[in-house]
Design a protein. Structure first.
Length: 163
């Protein structure tokens, strides 16, 4: 009977270790590698912000997260004092940025958005299906309207852990 109790304790300890590993799997900063979306109406898959988008996402031990993503070949204004309204609009359309808290159950990470670049996301939950492949984190959205053109899409973001 005592050996069963010890065995049960070891099994429970191993299960707890797995849960802790799952909980800490996201901690740190990740660099964007690829960002694609599949448009549901057509099945077409496109590079969301070009072939070489830039971005970072950070998951803190305190339960907070921040993300910024920009198109790879963005306009660079000559001078902030002379930026035109059209240039500002173009810059706005070629970025995504938000922050807040997050929860993670081992498969789904939910970003509880406190602040966002477009204000539409502020106060919302952005749900992402998550999986780890080596040093890469793959986040996939559920079907939702694209922030650039409103078309129903599924986005896939591949992130690489920064050492």
């Amino acid at each position: 009977m005592k050996s069963r109790s010890i065995l049960f304790s070891l099994v429970m300890l191993a299960a707890s270790a797995d849960a802790a590993l799952t909980k800490t799997a996201l901690y740190g900063t990740w660099r964007l590698v690829t960002f694609t979306r599949t448009i549901l109406a057509t099945g077409e898959t496109v590079d969301y912000f070009g072939k070489a988008p830039h971005g970072f996402i950070t998951y803190g031990r305190d339960g907070r997260m921040m993300a910024i993503i920009v198109k790879g070949d963005r306009l660079t204004p000559n001078d902030l004092a002379t930026v035109t309204d059209q240039q500002r609009a173009d810059l706005f359309r070629t970025m995504i940025a938000y922050g807040g808290t997050y929860t993670f159950d081992g498969k789904i990470v939910t970003h509880h958005v406190d602040v966002s670049w477009n204000q539409i996301w502020t106060g919302t939950d952005q749900v992402r299906n998550a999986r780890l492949e080596g040093s890469r984190l793959i986040l996939t959205s559920n079907p939702q309207p694209s922030s650039t053109d409103g078309k129903m899409s599924v986005a896939v973001l591949t992130w690489e852990r920064i050492k």
